[in-house]
Every structure is written in structure tokens, then in C-alpha cells.
Write a protein of this length. Structure first.
Length: 759
């Protein structure tokens, strides 16, 4: 370097001699230090004149160092570039602070990027006397940065096109660095979403989040790569499928994992296609199972066969692991009587392209099956004949068809035996179908057609409106009808018909047809009338017998009371007189006399019980209420079962029939409680308010069966029911909750007259 440092001609006016020498020595030293560097090293005075430059500066300007020293940027550069340099010098001098900037310029066809750093140049007193700077050609770096930017842009674009995002997870801080595509896949805003492990995990579908955590934990723990598919839920609620791969890429000095790097690939479209295909295949297989139809494809030349699962099930004998079946193997499983026909159909399809429609039998391990098969021949891309077809197992259908034919025959026979006719009317077409039994029922010639209008002409004139009124609501889709009416046959004989009908609907609920039956119940009606008459007679007989029974009981009770009562009275008087005469008798005699008196008293009491059991005298003399109160008290004393009663004071006069009926109900109920209930408490309530006489007997015992009244041995209960029913009342027995039995007797009153005091 011949001349590294020179002062401009007028610089002596701004720099003192000592300073000038010091600066010159300093910058000549600096120049020698920076001479070998590629960076541009320079120094300027306050007027922007170059005081020192190295070779790199000389090469930049294309001039020698001597030609540059003392010159300004205005002398060496175009004005636009000189202005940039001069303004940056001025900012450094004015602020007294270092500054740096980048600048782009051209040297011929070549574009140059420059980075320049400048600092104030100070003398030994700290006074700013100029600017010193270093400029570096960063063209290569800029080109690399631009290439990198373009590469990143292309990579980002490629990720967006491929829906492929990359990520990096810092295992120490739990922060995640996402590519732009990851944000787009998750539907998140990079400016507002903080990518951490916890925040990211929140967007995984609840059914996938636990597996996501387990997979990541295993990969971190064992340092293994993981690949898995997950489902995410974006903030807008949209679900997407991701294929995620990751592996630990950075480890600490102690071997601990630091960073995991991975990719997320949006496979929603592929998954949806897979799911749609899977659903389609599943639906197809399901449809085949429902329809019991299988499909197959067979290449006779090679024996290659493709069977659907339903086809394999239908044929039964096919080994699912085999994909090669020869013609001979197949025919071996065909019933010998059907082999020739199946073989001929295959030949016709292969030789002449004739489709076939076959029904044949197979010999499967589970037994003989009947197969219906449709097939035809086509040629594949290599012009090889291929048989394709469908098959259906109609074994059960054939069996049901045979059963149906047998059932129809049995139904027709049953209708003839039961004298039942059936009919059906199609509402959409108006078509009517009637079974042949209707002709026999109406004594018609079977050759005559039957329809609803013609049938109405045979309905009894008094019942025709009723039949029409019942049929019309059914026609409109209302509830089914059940009706009894009369018809007059062709020969004028009256018959009773029981008819049932209902509306049939399709899957949409629309009425499509009406079906019904007609049954000749003439004989049943005759028997019912006879039965009703017999029941009325039996009911009257029972009522008569009950009256006779009560009269007989009353008579017996009166006779016993009158006859034996007088005897017991006379015996007691005699014993009293005998006791007076035997006052001086021995103690043994007096003891015998006392025991005799006691036996007579007990016999009298037993006699009273028998008399009251046959017909309580109190009913006649004191009325029903007092009799009920007395009988309940006697029951409580005799059995030890506590009785709670609510019996009103006698106010209304109750006739003898009702009084006896209600007393017998109480008597039978309490007897049953003592024998069977194992009760500890009985509540008896008798009310006369209102138009009914109501007697309720409730116990807390083991309860009574629901069918007690119809039990074979329930004569007592059924007798009470008949007695009460004869009076127009009701007799009901209920099982109490949680335990016990309630007997409820209700009888309408006959009179509301008041009883007098003389009664």
C-alpha cells in the first residue's frame, strides 16, 4: 500500500500539528491491519473526505487509494448513492453514536448488497473529528437468505398444498413451534394461540386424547418413533383426521430428551373416503345378509374365484381360505340329480353367452340346501371368460312355501269346520277377496261372486245400519271393530254372525287394506240364550233356597230357644230348690250340685250361641247395628283378635233381607279371618249414609289370593256374593298393600224410614 493516509489540502486548518501526526500514525497502523481483509475499512473527516482507505475500498470504487484520499462520496459515486452515504455520516456525527445500514447498488450487471457500520472518529480529547467505518459485501449472504426465503415459501406452499405441517416440541418448556400449515389444519390463529403441549392436547377428540398422550409419553420415554392417526376438533366444531409422526431429535448431555420433532398430515379427505368405502362395503355386506343374497365371480379356465361372505355362507361347503375351485370340485357338491342341468347351464353361458337362471340342490355338511342362482358370462381385460352371478339360499323359503300351502289348506279346512269366512278389501285398487265359506254361510251357489255390497243385502234390515256404521270408521283407518249381527240366508233362515275387522297399514302408516272374518255363531247364540235362561232360573232357585234356609234357621232357632230354654229354666229352678234343701248335706254332695249348676249354665250359653248362629234373635228385636256390635265383641272375646269398629247408632230401619245379608257377610268374613288370616287386628266399618249400605272388613293378616272368589272350594264367598248380588249390591275381596285383606260389601237401601223408640 503506497499511500494509505493523506490529508486533504485544507485539512491543516482543522487539525493541529500534534493531532495530525498522531492520527496519521494511528490510521497507518489501522490500514496495515485491515489491508488484508475483504471488508472495506475507511475513515473520513467532518467534510466527508476520505482520510484512509484499504485495498477493499479501492477495489469497490475502482480507483487507487491515492485517487480516493481527499475525495468525498459525491466525487466518487452517483448522487443518489452519495446522498445515502453522506446522510449516514451526518447521523453518526450528529448523534455521536454508532450506526449501521444495508445498501444495494449495482456494478455493471452485478447487484451488490452492502452492510456498513460507522462510528464517530474522535481525537485524543474526545472531540469528533470524522467518521470511521467498515463496509462488508453481503451479496452472497443476501442471495443465501433470498434462496432460503424462497425455499421456505416453497416449503410452506408445499405444506399447504399437501396439508402437511411440521412441528417441534421443547420437552423442557413444553412449548411447541408450529409451521403455518399446522395452525391452518387446527383452524387456529398464530397471533392469538399459544402453542403449548397442554393447549394443543385440548383440541384432540375426547376419545383420542388419552391415546395421544400415551403414544407421546412412550416415544419420549423410550426414544422411539411413533406414527398414529388421531381425530381433532377445531374451534368451529369441525372434526378432522390427522396422521402424526414424531421422534426425539435432541438429547441433553446426560441423555435426557430435549426436543421432539414431527409432522402432522391432514388425512381428513382420505379418512372420509376410507370410512365411506368401509360403510359402503359394510352396507353392501349387510344388505346381502338381510336379503340373504351372495355374489361371486369365477374364472373357469384357472378356477380363480371371488366370493362374498354371504355367498360363502349360502353355499356352505366352500372353504373360505380357498381362492381356486375347479369345475369338478364345484360339481361334486351339487346334488347328483341336478349336476347335469347345472353343467349344461355353465356350458351354454361360456359357449354362447346365454345367461342362466337355475334352482338346484347342494350337499353341504349341514344338510341339503336349495340354491337359486342367476349368472352370466363376460370377458375381462385379457379377453378371458368370467362367470359372474348372485345366489340365494331358498331352502327356508321353499320350506315356508310348503308350510304356507299346507297352512292355507288347513285354514280353509278349519274355516269350514269352524264355519268362519274371511275377506280382504284393497283400498287402493278396490279389489275384494272372500273365502268360499261365505257361500255356505249364506246358502249361496259358490259360482256367484261375492262383494261387500252384495253381502249387505243379506244383513238383517234391523242390523244393516249398525254394520255400516261399524265398517265405515275402519275404512277411514280408525280402530278395529267387533260386531254381532243377523243375516238372512238365501233360503230365508236367520243366522247370527260375529264379525271382526281391522285396517292394515304400510310402513308409512297409510291405510292400504281392510281384513275381516265372519263367524256363524247361531248355535252359540242359542246356547247362550239357554244358558242365560238357566242362570236366571238358578239365581231365582238360589234366592229361594236362601230364603228357605233363613226361614228354616229362624224356625229351628225359635224351636230350640223355646223348647230347651224352658227346660233349662225349669232345671235351674229345681237345682235352686234342691240347693236349699241340701244346705246341711255333705261337702261332696254340695260340690256335685255346684258342678251340675255350672254344666247347666254352660249348656245354656252354648245353646244361645247355636241359636244366635242360626238366626240372631237380636236382628229381630234390636236391629242390624246392635247385632253387628254384639257379634264383633263376641268374636274379640272368643279369638283374642283386637277389633276396631265404627258402627253407627241405629237410626234407619233396614229390612230383614238386607240385615241378614250384611250379618252373614260379617259372620263369614270373621270366621275366615279366625281360620286362615293369622291376623292381629280387624277393622270393621258400617255406614248407612247416602243411598248405599256399606260394610268394610279389613285385617292385617297374610292376605288372600286374587282368584279367591273363583277357587273351587270358595263356596262360602261365592254364596255371599250371590246373596248380595241378588239384592243389587256388590261383594268384593281385595288384597291389601302391604298385607292383609279387605272385604267390601255394598247394598242399595230400600227405605229411609226412621225406627221408633218402641222398636
Amino acid at each position: 500500500m503506497s499511500k494509505v493516509f493523506n490529508l486533504p489540502p485544507d485539512s491543516s486548518s482543522t487539525l493541529a500539528a500534534p493531532n495530525l501526526a498522531a492520527i496519521k500514525d494511528r490510521y497507518e497502523l489501522l490500514a496495515s491491519m485491515f489491508e488484508g481483509t475483504e471488508d472495506r475499512v475507511f475513515a473520513k473527516d467532518l467534510h466527508g473526505r476520505y482520510l484512509m482507505v484499504n485495498t477493499a475500498v479501492s477495489e469497490f470504487f475502482g480507483r487507487t487509494q491515492a485517487e480516493i484520499i481527499g475525495k468525498t462520496d459525491w466525487d466518487l459515486l452517483p448522487s443518489a448513492e452519495a446522498r445515502v452515504f453522506a446522510e449516514s455520516d451526518q447521523r453518526v456525527v450528529s448523534s455521536g453514536e454508532p450506526a449501521s445500514y444495508e445498501f444495494q447498488t449495482s456494478r455493471g450487471p452485478r447487484h451488490i448488497h452492502l452492510h456498513t457500520a460507522k462510528s464517530p472518529l474522535r481525537d485524543s480529547h474526545g472531540k469528533i473529528v470524522g467518521v470511521i467505518g467498515i463496509g462488508r459485501d453481503i451479496t452472497a449472504r443476501k442471495q443465501i437468505e433470498e434462496a432460503l426465503r424462497l425455499s421456505e415459501a416453497r416449503f410452506t406452499a408445499a405444506q399447504e398444498i399437501a396439508q402437511f405441517g411440521s412441528w417441534e416440541w421443547n420437552l423442557i418448556t413444553n412449548r411447541v413451534v408450529w409451521s403455518a400449515e399446522c395452525y391452518r389444519i387446527f383452524g387456529l390463529d398464530p397471533t392469538s394461540f399459544e402453542a403449548t403441549y397442554a393447549n394443543v392436547a385440548r383440541y384432540f377428540h375426547p376419545s383420542n386424547v388419552e391415546r395421544f398422550r400415551e403414544v407421546l409419553a412412550a416415544a419420549v420415554k423410550y426414544g422411539t418413533e411413533f406414527k398414529d392417526d388421531f381425530r381433532i376438533v377445531r374451534p368451529d366444531g369441525e372434526e378432522r383426521y390427522l396422521h402424526v409422526e414424531g421422534v426425539v431429535t435432541h438429547y441433553a448431555a446426560d441423555g435426557g430428551p430435549l426436543v421432539m420433532t414431527g409432522t402432522s398430515f391432514d388425512i381428513t379427505a382420505r379418512k372420509q373416503t376410507e370410512l365411506a368405502l368401509r360403510r359402503s362395503e359394510s352396507n353392501f355386506a349387510h344388505a346381502q345378509r338381510i336379503a340373504q343374497v351372495g355374489s361371486w365371480e369365477w374364472v373357469p379356465s384357472t378356477g380363480r374365484v371371488l366370493w362374498t361372505r354371504e355367498a360363502q355362507r349360502i353355499f356352505g361347503f366352500i372353504d373360505q381360505s380357498r381362492d381356486i375351485i375347479s369345475r369338478g370340485d364345484f360339481l361334486n357338491y351339487i346334488h347328483p340329480d341336478d349336476c347335469a342341468r347345472v353343467s349344461a347351464a355353465i356350458d351354454a353361458a361360456l359357449s354362447h353367452g346365454v345367461p342362466y337362471d337355475l334352482t338346484f340342490r347342494t350337499l353341504a355338511e349341514s344338510g341339503e340346501r336349495i340354491i337359486h342362482s342367476l349368472g352370466e358370462m363376460h370377458r375381462d381385460h385379457e379377453n378371458v371368460p368370467v362367470l359372474t352371478g348372485v345366489c340365494r339360499d331358498i331352502t327356508e323359503q321353499r320350506r315356508l312355501h310348503e308350510l304356507l300351502r299346507s297352512s292355507e289348506a288347513n285354514l280353509a279346512q278349519a274355516q269350514r269346520i269352524a264355519r268362519i269366512a274371511s275377506w280382504r278389501w284393497e283400498m287402493r285398487t278396490g279389489h275384494e277377496s272372500w273365502s268360499a265359506e261365505i257361500h255356505d254361510m249364506l246358502e249361496l251357489d259358490r259360482s256367484l261372486p261375492m262383494n261387500y255390497r252384495r253381502f249387505l243385502t243379506f244383513v238383517h234390515a234391523d242390523d244393516r245400519v249398525t254394520v255400516t256404521a261399524a265398517f265405515n270408521p275402519t275404512l277411514m283407518g280408525a280402530a278395529p271393530y267387533s260386531l254381532d249381527f243377523r243375516v238372512l240366508t238365501q233360503r230365508g233362515r236367520e243366522r247370527f254372525i260375529h264379525s271382526l275387522g281391522e285396517t292394515i297399514r304400510d310402513v308409512d302408516g297409510n291405510a292400504t287394506s281392510i281384513i275381516g272374518i265372519l263367524q256363524d255363531i247361531t248355535e252359540r247364540k242359542r246356547i247362550e240364550e239357554e244358558l242365560f235362561s238357566s242362570r236366571d232360573e238358578l239365581r231365582g232357585l238360589m234366592n229361594h233356597l236362601q230364603h228357605l234356609q233363613e226361614d228354616e234357621r229362624r224356625h229351628i232357632a225359635r224351636e230350640i230357644h223355646d223348647e230347651f230354654g224352658a227346660v233349662f229354666t225349669a232345671a235351674n229352678i229345681s237345682l235352686y230348690r234342691l240347693a236349699n234343701q241340701l244346705q246341711t248335706a255333705s261337702p261332696q254332695t254340695r260340690e256335685l250340685l255346684a258342678s251340675t249348676k255350672e254344666m247347666i249354665a254352660n249348656a245354656g250359653k252354648s245353646l244361645d250361641d247355636i241359636v244366635n248362629g242360626l238366626h240372631p234373635q237380636m236382628l229381630t228385636h234390636l236391629g242390624l247395628a246392635a247385632t253387628l256390635e254384639w257379634y264383633i265383641s263376641e268374636f274379640e272375646k272368643r279369638t283374642g283378635i283386637r277389633c276396631v269398629r265404627s258402627v253407627p247408632d241405629e237410626g234407619e230401619m233396614i229390612d230383614e233381607q238386607r240385615s241378614i245379608a250384611l250379618f252373614r257377610c260379617l259372620q263369614e268374613s270373621l270366621t275366615n279371618i279366625a281360620k286362615h288370616a293369622a291376623a292381629s287386628l280387624v277393622c270393621v266399618t258400617f255406614t248407612t249414609a247416602g243411598p248405599q249400605l256399606v260394610l268394610s272388613i279389613v285385617d292385617d293378616g297374610r292376605g288372600i289370593a286374587a282368584d279367591a272368589l273363583i277357587a273351587p272350594d270358595a263356596f262360602g264367598l261365592r254364596g255371599l256374593e250371590a246373596r248380595v248380588t241378588q239384592l243389587g249390591g256388590s261383594f268384593k275381596v281385595h288384597h291389601q298393600i302391604p298385607q292383609g285383606t279387605r272385604v267390601l260389601v255394598t247394598i242399595p237401601k230400600q227405605t229411609s224410614a226412621k225406627r221408633g223408640a218402641h222398636d
